[in-house]
Design a protein around this ligand. Structure first.
Ligand code: ATP
Ligand code: LTN
Length: 334
């Protein structure tokens, strides 16, 4: 690959619908990176299979995720937005890298421990080797940088370890990826239990703002957000609820915590919660409008998927062939 621009790789699982946490913590920050980087964003549908999926809903969720990527501003002409499962090199490199990953390393993964506890009836081998497939995703594109949240940092570290181990054995095959530290990567917390992260699998609907929630729902959920018995809009460890709302407000308005404290001095929490709700609803309105248009425009979406699948396949296959050759698999006879 001619490296005029550095390569950036990221993606999300195609499970459920996205939350405000996914948006402010990840997606929103990806928009615009294509000016500086050659960007690849996957709909990580193979990873979603580690949890049992209803096939019809799963297919719809994957399409929704694709449309949300585009609606949020990932222009498919400038970013390679594609489906992981459409590029078979992911699964093929995943297998090869499984053979270069130690069980001792995988045993340390905290996400595996969390998910295994959550899905005790389905602790499958895919859940265990999840980080190796993620390593394959990243290494196939020779990514220089990977924007991920704190919860995914351990997976990026194992990716680097696997890549270095492989390179030590076979020469410089893989680029060693770095985590991408963007603008203050906000961690958005639950509106009901502000010490827990906002998560799409939360059972309490009031805890989570979904990206496709309508304006009234968004405002209502913010009005019900758990705060404290004080009245001062101030950032601090002793005020997790208010601090979370301040983080959200800061992300959507660009204001600093001090500016927010000044703006709401002498006003009650009610005014502040309403302002946060309205600001979030205003921020999401254009994305939702664009999403509604896109999801109906099957021809356009399918055109984008096809073009970008082809582009991803081209780059991924190049790396896969190199790896196959290095480990001594017999070359294809053409
Ligand atoms: P689940 O609820 O199933 O654990 P999730 O909502 O955490 O899912 P993921 O698919 O694991 O979603 O994450 C996708 C991306 O969104 C990751 O980069 C992750 O760091 C980011 N992300 C998820 N939740 C938050 C949050 N509350 N705040 C900031 N970023 C988040
Ligand atoms: N595990 C990630 C999703 C993911 C990913 C990747 C992110 C799968 N493959 C490669 C970055 C690079 C998550 O956010 N849950």
């Amino acid at each position: 690959m001619e490296k005029e621009k550095k390569i950036l790789y990221s993606g999300m699982q195609a499970t459920g619908t996205l939350t405000l946490g996914n948006y402010l913590g990840a997606l929103k920050n990806w928009v615009g990176l294509c000016d500086e980087y050659e960007c690849f964003y996957g709909v990580m549908d193979l990873h979603s299979l580690t949890v049992r999926q209803n096939p019809t809903e799963f297919r719809q969720n994957a399409r929704k995720l694709y449309a949300l990527y585009v609606a949020a501003g990932l222009d498919p002409e400038k970013n390679c937005v594609y489906y992981q499962s459409h590029v078979s090199a992911h699964a093929e490199l995943g297998w090869i890298l499984d053979c270069f990953t130690y069980m001792g390393e995988l045993n340390r993964m905290t996400q595996f421990k969390d998910k295994a506890a959550k899905h005790a009836d389905n602790i499958n081998a895919g859940l265990y080797t999840y980080p190796v497939l993620m390593a394959a995703d990243i290494l196939l594109y020779q990514a220089d940088v990977v924007p991920v949240g704190v919860d995914q940092k351990q997976h990026l570290e194992i990716t680097r370890d696997i890549a270095e181990r492989f390179n030590n054995l076979y020469g410089e095959v893989f680029t060693i990826p770095e985590p991408y530290i963007g603008k203050a990567g906000a961690k958005i917390m639950s509106l009901q239990e502000p010490t827990k992260k906002m998560s799409k699998s939360d059972e309490n609907v009031n805890a989570t703002i979904m990206l496709l929630d309508d304006r009234d729902t968004i405002i209502r959920k913010f009005k019900r957000a758990v705060t404290d018995s004080d009245t001062e809009v101030r950032y601090g460890e002793d005020k997790p609820g208010i601090s979370n709302l301040m983080d959200i407000y800061a992300c959507v308005t660009g204001k600093t915590h001090d500016e927010i404290t000044a703006e709401f001095a002498g006003k009650g929490y009610g005014d502040f919660k309403l302002a946060v709700g309205e600001a979030v609803a205003d921020e999401l309105a254009p994305l939702q409008k664009r999403y509604e248009e896109l999801i109906k425009d099957k021809a356009y979406i399918e055109h984008c998927i096809k073009e970008n699948d082809d582009k991803a396949r081209y780059f991924a296959t190049k790396t896969l062939r190199k790896v196959q050759k290095k480990v001594g698999l017999t070359e294809l006879i053409r």
